[in-house]
Ligand binder design. Structure first.
Ligand code: HEC
Ligand code: HEC
Ligand code: HEC
Ligand code: HEC
Length: 271
């Protein structure tokens, strides 16, 4: 009889320990660190401005956006809390306010539609796709203009996506279609570029530079600067591009896609 009670006691103790471990792991979730820091920053700012009394207590929460009319779900704003807090002037990511936050409100667009990445993830490495098995790592500030033409015509982008338009110009100027083909135009002496921007990371050979930190954008930039960098036998000529030109061309090449954009998100100028 006594022994049996011990069994129960041990079992009880065991589940308590397991429960404790689960709770422990849960309170240590990476994203909570960012929410806590953001709260502290807002708090000290409120105090410095002579705020009265404490703000509402911190409540940890996974922020999830479901984009109407699509199957896109993302949790990026779980960490990127300052997205539209343009007043605070926080200087570091993920707390920084977004450039032009109101042009594409997160509740209508989310983040991956422009930046890529893994919407549902809640760790930095997973969300940003800095993992070998994730094929579309985020497009950082430098290259994110590659997304604009999914939804906009050139003439709407003259001011806001200058590098994308520059890339398109350079593509014509350097006569890339003298070897490549694009949507049925050009020559067949080099790979077709119609869906170059859709290619997965594992479809690129990074040669001796292989690392999960390198993205499609890095491959394109390095290859345009020096076509023999990954494959010494490449027959693409070195065009002597400047960094600025290679960056613009990278953005243009990454913008080439055959994927359909959900119709409800495409920009249609209001009459
Ligand atoms: C767990 C927290 C977390 C989540 C979730 C998260 N981020 Fe971030 N993000 C960060 C941190 C921290 C930085 C700054 C350090 C860095 O760049 O890695 C950052 C930086 C960035 C940058 C700036 C990179 C640059 O150098 O231009 C972009 C863009 C970005 N995140 C996009 C996203 C997108 C898109 C998602 C959702 C798919 C996302 N993030 C989800 C924490 C997060
Ligand atoms: C319409 C496209 C678009 C959407 C949607 C979008 N971004 Fe951006 N994002 C940009 C552009 C463009 C830049 C670069 C602006 C620049 O540096 O000129 C940028 C830059 C950033 C940066 C770097 C800012 C810096 O100065 O360091 C972060 C972080 C970021 N975005 C996160 C997000 C998050 C989080 C979301 C979703 C809530 C999001 N973005 C949604 C286009 C977009
Ligand atoms: C998924 C589709 C989509 C993508 C990608 C996208 N946009 Fe937009 N954009 C829109 C829509 C739709 C609107 C209109 C939003 C509204 O009025 O509510 C808009 C509005 C704008 C506006 C304001 C124009 C106006 O008439 O008020 C500018 C500027 C703009 N986008 C530039 C960009 C740039 C630059 C990029 C790339 C970094 C980009 N967009 C990426 C769909 C998109
Ligand atoms: C003289 C012919 C020639 C010209 C001109 C040329 N390329 Fe290439 N390109 C090639 C060949 C051959 C390859 C395949 C070998 C390699 O990957 O380097 C290639 C590969 C590429 C790839 C990689 C395609 C893939 O996914 O495998 C891209 C992107 C590219 N070129 C872009 C450009 C751009 C942009 C220009 C103009 C600035 C250009 N090329 C001009 C011959 C050319």
């Amino acid at each position: 009889m006594r022994i049996k009670n011990w069994d129960f006691a041990l079992l009880g103790l065991g589940s308590l320990v397991l429960f404790g471990l689960t709770v422990g792991r849960d309170t240590n979730r990476e994203w909570k660190k960012y929410q806590k820091r953001y709260y502290q920053m807002e708090y000290s700012q409120a105090m410095a401005r002579g705020g009265k009394g404490p703000m509402e207590p911190l409540r940890y929460k996974i922020n999830q956006i479901m984009i109407p009319g699509t199957d896109i779900v993302d949790r990026c704003t779980t960490c990127h809390l300052g997205f539209d807090n343009t007043e605070a002037g926080f200087e570091d990511n993920p707390y920084k306010a977004h450039p032009n936050p109101y042009q594409h409100p997160p509740e209508d667009f989310g983040c991956p539609i422009c930046h890529g990445g893994q919407g549902l993830a809640t760790t930095v490495a997973d969300a940003h796709g800095e993992r070998e098995n994730w094929q579309y790592p985020i497009l950082k500030s430098d290259y994110v203009q590659a997304s604009c033409s999914k939804c906009h015509q050139d003439q709407e982008l003259i001011k806001d996506a200058p590098l994308l338009l520059k890339g398109k110009e350079l593509f014509a100027q350097y006569e890339c279609l003298g070897c490549h083909s694009l949507r049925g135009e050009g020559e067949k002496d080099a790979p077709d570029l119609t869906n170059e921007g859709d290619k997965k990371r594992h479809e690129f050979d990074f040669g001796k530079y292989d690392s999960p930190k390198l993205t499609q954008a890095d491959w394109q930039f390095m290859h345009l600067k020096d076509p023999q960098v990954f494959n010494p036998d490449s027959e693409m000529p070195n065009l002597g591009l400047s960094d600025e030109e290679a960056k613009a061309l990278t953005i243009y090449v990454l913008s080439l896609t055959e994927k359909e954009t959900p119709e409800t998100l495409i920009y249609a100028k209001k009459p």
